[in-house]
Design a protein around this ligand. Structure first.
Ligand code: IPE
Ligand code: IPE
Ligand code: MG
Length: 226
């Protein structure tokens, strides 16, 4: 059987370098990157096989960046989510945040929760944005919640307590670096990894399509034999 594609996860890296290469400010790369998010999301929503697209938008480590850039990203996210709502509804896309959004301003938290609520009935693709997300933080939050509820920590209970329990089939990182940067470490235990030199603002549905085709040819064994 050809590999099923249920969950695609993307580390959208290279926005800053894309802008700098054109003599622009780094944040211009984030603006262009946000446009690409829309293209890739609508492409995935047309592919009926894909159930979930998880996009790494802001890591628990990204707070280390200059205040100007962090503030810009927060504002961009707030405005972008509000603008995306009709696109989600038109394409039957459900929006869901993963990560610890309590680290954001009350205003941004409200926007996130509002878009989640308004797209709750959408039955097509789920677009999951990783916001103030780090795998280590996610695991710690999950373990703490199990302890608090007096639930035994098992592989199944821990998996269920994570922000997302769906295993990743395809993990893509743009921008040329070959690392996971604290993204979906548990869920990617058996993910197929694709690294591309393309900077995120230049990433296209065509490139994603060719990754999907390559994924179909891989023999996934999950520790077993063919
Ligand atoms: C990824 O692009 C987007 C975020 C982390 C918000 P970068 O901003 O990391 O771009 P580069 O890697 O510096 O080019
Ligand atoms: C990973 O990119 C985080 C996101 C894409 C949101 P980074 O640019 O933060 O990762 P490092 O610092 O190169 O590992
Ligand atoms: Mg980067």
């Amino acid at each position: 059987m050809r590999n099923e594609i249920r969950h695609i996860a993307i580390i959208m890296d290279g926005n800053g370098r894309w802008a700098e290469a054109q003599g622009k400010k780094r944040v211009k790369g984030h603006e262009k990157g946000a446009e690409v998010v829309r293209d890739i999301t609508t492409f995935c929503s047309i592919h009926k096989e894909i159930e979930r697209l998880t996009l790494y938008a802001f890591s628990t480590e990204n707070w280390k960046r200059p205040k100007y850039e962090v503030d810009f990203l927060m504002k961009l996210l707030d405005g972008w989510l509000k603008k995306e709502l009709p696109i989600y509804l038109e394409n039957d896309i459900r929006f869901k945040a993963i990560g610890d959004i309590s680290g954001f301003s009350t205003k941004l938290q409200k926007t996130i929760q509002d878009i989640e609520k308004k797209t709750l009935a959408c039955k097509g693709l789920t677009q999951s944005l990783a916001l103030n997300y780090g795998s280590k933080d996610e695991v710690i939050r999950a373990v703490k919640s199990l302890i608090k509820q007096n639930i035994e920590v098992t592989e199944a209970s821990l998996e269920y307590a994570l922000d997302t329990s769906m295993p990743v089939d395809i993990l893509i990182r743009s921008g040329g670096d070959k690392r996971l940067s604290n993204f979906l470490l548990w869920q990617s235990a058996y993910a197929e990894l694709f690294f591309t030199e393309t900077l995120w603002p230049d990433f296209t549905p065509d490139e994603l399509q060719s990754i999907l085709e390559n994924f179909k040819k891989i023999e996934r064994r999950f520790g077993g034999l063919k």
